[in-house]
Design a protein. Structure first.
Length: 179
């Protein structure tokens, strides 16, 4: 049996619970890990430190996907249309640099594709797209209780009021790309 050659995408679109829940429904996505990236504080940050907004890290997800099933470009289009890339350092009621819209590219090819998709998104939204595009330097996995958060906490208020509507939007806009 041939093993799959998976690729990685590292994305921040506000709370990682939301973006994780979105990508766990996408065909070709093998794994989604919530974590942190883009900061400047030394050592592995904690959730509490991230929430302070002082480390410079964003809440992100790292998506392992099969490019034979879904392209990096399609990953980015789903990402860009399931969060608001026009609000600086904010997603809904979540405010701070840790909730910024960001694409951390893994190589120059990803950077080029991201630049193309970002350019296309300017005509999709009325307001300016403020999504940051940065090279991935390091990814830190978040604490265990953040992993698979939505599936484990569907009845929690944040899940009901924020994540469930996001998933409905995903299902409406990208049904053909879902499991």
């Amino acid at each position: 049996m041939e093993s799959k050659s998976l690729e990685l995408a590292t994305l921040g679109g506000g709370c990682f619970w939301c973006t994780e829940a979105v990508f766990l429904e996408v065909k070709g996505v093998e794994k989604v890990i919530s974590g942190y990236s883009g900061g400047n504080a030394p050592g592995k940050p904690t959730y509490r430190e991230i929430c302070s907004g002082r480390t410079g890290h964003a809440e992100v997800i790292q998506v392992s996907f099969d490019p034979g099933v879904i392209s990096f470009r399609d990953i980015l289009i789903i990402f860009m249309t399931t969060h608001d890339p026009t609000t600086l350092n904010r997603q809904g009621a979540d405010i701070g640099t840790q909730y910024r819209s960001v694409i951390f590219y893994h190589d120059l090819k990803q950077k080029e594709v991201a630049e193309e998709v970002l350019s296309e998104m300017y005509s999709y939204y009325e307001d300016d797209v403020v999504t940051e595009l940065s090279p991935l330097k390091i990814f830190y996995e978040a604490e265990d209780y953040h992993q698979d958060y939505y599936r484990n906490n569907k009845s929690q208020g944040y899940c009901n009021f924020v994540i469930t509507p996001k998933l409905a939007k995903l299902r409406k806009m990208h049904a053909e790309k879902l499991n």
